[in-house]
Design a protein around this ligand. Structure first.
Ligand SMILES: NC(=O)c1ccc[n+]([C@@H]2O[C@H](COP(=O)([O-])OP(=O)(O)OC[C@H]3O[C@@H](n4cnc5c(N)ncnc54)[C@H](OP(=O)(O)O)[C@@H]3O)[C@@H](O)[C@H]2O)c1
Length: 173
């Protein structure tokens, strides 16, 4: 007897989107320790109309769902809910796998918006990385995970004042 095929629950594409300092810092005290002209606009342009997956700490740090995008919040707390005025735009998942599956049901372009715990869990299966490389070495307590760069190819880079935007796709080698 042959085993039943696994259901296709995975999203079409998973893209991690992150702003990372030279020293790997992505956060401090629950927040992002810089403001960069144009960086938020890039995030908006890339993700508008799609679906975001984020950890509960990142969601609470932003404090609301980003407009025009469904947010899937990952939490181990069975009773965690968004505030009632945000409930329509926010789905809750109890695992990263469930979050990716819920997100894929909403839109085939899934963007993982962090933080460090969720980046680390989704990096091994990600299809693309949209990085904002921040030209600074701020103090911080939260870091982007180690990336096995030999598995990735830089396909575009755009310089900006104090940061550059770069896209990476999985190497086909
Ligand atoms: N620079 C950037 O691009 C960027 C982007 C995003 C965030 N950040 C920064 O990163 C920091 C937050 O990152 P973080 O790593 O501390 O937190 P996080 O990844 O945003 O959220 C962590 C929370 O997610 C839930 N979680 C994690 N793994 C899970 C799993 N396998 N299954 C179910 N739930 C899981 C848990 O929620 P419960 O505790 O509720 O169970 C955990 O406490 C902040 O400083 C934020 O500003 C920076």
């Amino acid at each position: 007897m042959t085993a039943a095929a696994e259901p296709m629950t995975g999203p079409a594409t998973v893209t991690l989107i992150a702003a990372v300092a030279r020293n790997g810092v992505i956060g401090r005290d629950g927040e992002i320790p810089w403001r960069l002209v144009g960086e938020q606009a890039r995030l908006k342009a890339l993700t508008m109309g799609h679906v975001l997956v984020m950890g509960r700490l990142t969601y609470e740090s932003i404090g609301r769902p980003l407009p025009g995008r469904t947010t899937v919040v990952v939490t181990r707390q069975p009773g965690w809910r968004p505030s009632p005025q945000h409930a329509q735009a926010v789905l809750v998942a109890s695992s990263v796998e469930q979050a990716l599956a819920l997100a894929a049901d909403v839109d085939p372009q899934v963007f993982v918006l962090g933080g460090a715990q969720i980046y680390a869990a989704t990096l091994p299966g990600a299809d693309a990385l949209e990085m904002s490389w921040v030209e600074a070495d701020p103090e911080g307590d939260t870091f982007f995970p180690e990336v096995p760069w030999e598995c990735w190819v830089e396909v575009s880079r755009e310089p900006h004042q104090g940061w550059s935007a770069a896209r990476y796709e999985r190497s086909r080698k």
